[in-house]
Design a protein around this ligand. Structure first.
Ligand SMILES: [Fe+2]
Length: 444
């Protein structure tokens, strides 16, 4: 990446504009009544996300960087994600859809003026355009959240996108790939827009392990279901077992059975579950139970990142499985270009040097690991971005999904959620140790 100031400005402006185009698409697609409605207690009304996007941008760029006063101090507390849990947000005196749009647009106009005349160096917030990149990533992350709200909403479809192309080139030759033992560099100290939890780069030892070439498919997951996987306690961690019993869960979220056929609802369309697509909308407990049933386990976060970034020939970690180049449509299914994962085995151009496919895009992949800080972690620029979430209650997801934009997706990017969550665009792949019998492989 260039540090040439003008190119950096263009990159920041393009990232902000791309996020706003997506935000507009997601919010203009539904009526005013649907923007202010709560489609699920798990989610905010879409109009809250819209004004919150503008408010975060005002806070970080206009108030913290430019030193301006708050534009509307009375609304600031309404859009603080830590003051009001999602279920409460519909009852707040929120800005109307029109007022929220005007506010976000006014902030953006002032931000573009600021970007034109601010040196992108000299402080940790400004170096490399970090704070502008952080705000573009924040908006894209809320766009993903809003896409989840669209998936949860009832009613006729309002979003459309072409299906992914059928896989190009030869299918993978093996179902799993051996990742040899040895150290690799995990995390990053160089990626200019990486977030605090991805930092710093550090050395990790990883035992040899095998990892699935592609994510677990719907067809494979249906074998687990058909084998009584949801009815055998031995596959489940205790809290997962009580969760599926309590809620009568017998299939991924949004699936239902019609005779012998499993159907799913996807953005308002009901369709047969496609067997060759990565499974989507499963909790960590479901992923973990499937892996145990299959005689395997989830990869640890370090194993996942080594499979995705370690280039054995070059002896270093790359930004993405395919190397250091930014993602293109040939590499991965990102950016809501499609409203579904591509078939398993797609994107041979995005494979890792050892041949692991679809690590980036398609579905978020649950890992075995808790969300913990790397050695040398420093909260930046605020504790609530990730530090307050560290601990055993959150599991790490990696790789991004079709709903993630490239600006918020890297080989080092870390996502986290509660192990019961399944409305997110989550799937998984499995792994197994390759060390001699009796030793424990790949714990990290
Ligand atoms: Fe936010």
């Amino acid at each position: 990446m260039t540090t040439e100031p003008e190119l950096l400005r263009e990159r920041a402006a393009a990232a902000l504009t791309a996020a706003r185009v997506r935000t507009a698409g997601l919010t203009d697609a539904v009526s005013e009544a649907e923007l202010t409605a709560q489609h699920s207690p798990l989610m905010s009304p879409l109009v809250w996300d819209l004004a919150h996007i503008g408010n975060m941008e005002e806070l970080w760029l206009l108030r913290n960087v430019a030193g301006r006063d708050s534009m509307h101090p009375e609304i600031d507390p309404l859009y603080d994600a830590f003051e009001h849990p999602r279920a409460e947000r519909p009852k707040l005196p929120l800005l109307s859809p029109d007022a929220a749009r005007r506010y976000a647009a006014e902030v953006r106009g002032r931000v573009f003026d600021l970007l034109d005349r601010t040196p992108l160096e000299g402080t940790a917030l400004l170096d490399g355009g970090y704070v502008f990149g952080m705000i573009a990533q924040h908006e894209q992350q809320h766009d993903e959240t809003m896409l989840i709200t669209h998936q949860l909403r009832q009613g006729a479809p309002v979003l459309t996108a072409p299906d992914p192309d059928p896989p190009q080139g030869p299918p993978p030759t093996a179902t799993e790939v051996l990742i040899p033992a040895g150290p690799f560099t995990m995390g990053t100290s160089a990626e200019p827009w990486s977030l605090d939890n991805e930092r710093p780069a550090h050395r990790r030892e990883v035992e040899a392990f095998w990892i699935d070439t592609v994510p677990v498919t719907n067809a494979a997951y249906q074998e687990f279901m058909a084998d009584g996987g949801y009815h055998e306690e031995r596959w489940w961690e205790a809290p997962g077992w009580s969760e599926i019993r309590r809620h009568g869960i017998e299939a991924p979220l949004f699936w239902h059975r019609d005779g012998d056929t499993w159907l799913r609802r996807r953005f308002g369309v009901t369709e047969p579950v496609p067997g060759d697509e990565p499974v989507l909308h499963v909790s960590w407990y479901e992923a973990d139970a499937y892996a145990r049933w299959a005689g395997r386990r989830l990869p640890t976060e370090a194993e996942w990142e080594k499979a995705a970034r370690h280039d054995p020939a070059a002896g270093r970690s790359t930004r993405y499985p395919w190397g250091d180049a930014d993602p293109t449509p040939a590499h991965a299914n990102l950016g809501q270009r499609h409203l579904r994962p591509a078939r398993a085995g797609a994107y041979p151009a995005g494979a890792s040097p050892l041949g692991v496919r679809q690590l980036i895009g398609d579905v978020w992949e649950w890992t075995a690991s808790d969300f913990l800080p790397y050695p040398g972690f420093r909260a930046f620029p605020y504790r609530e971005y990730s530090e307050v979430f560290f601990g055993p209650e959150h599991k790490v997801l990696r790789g991004g999904s079709f709903a993630v934009d490239a600006v918020a997706c890297r080989g080092t990017f870390r996502n986290w959620d509660l192990p019961v969550r399944r409305q997110i665009f989550s799937g998984f792949r499995t792994a197994r140790g390759a060390a001699p019998a009796g030793s424990i492989a790949g714990q990290a």
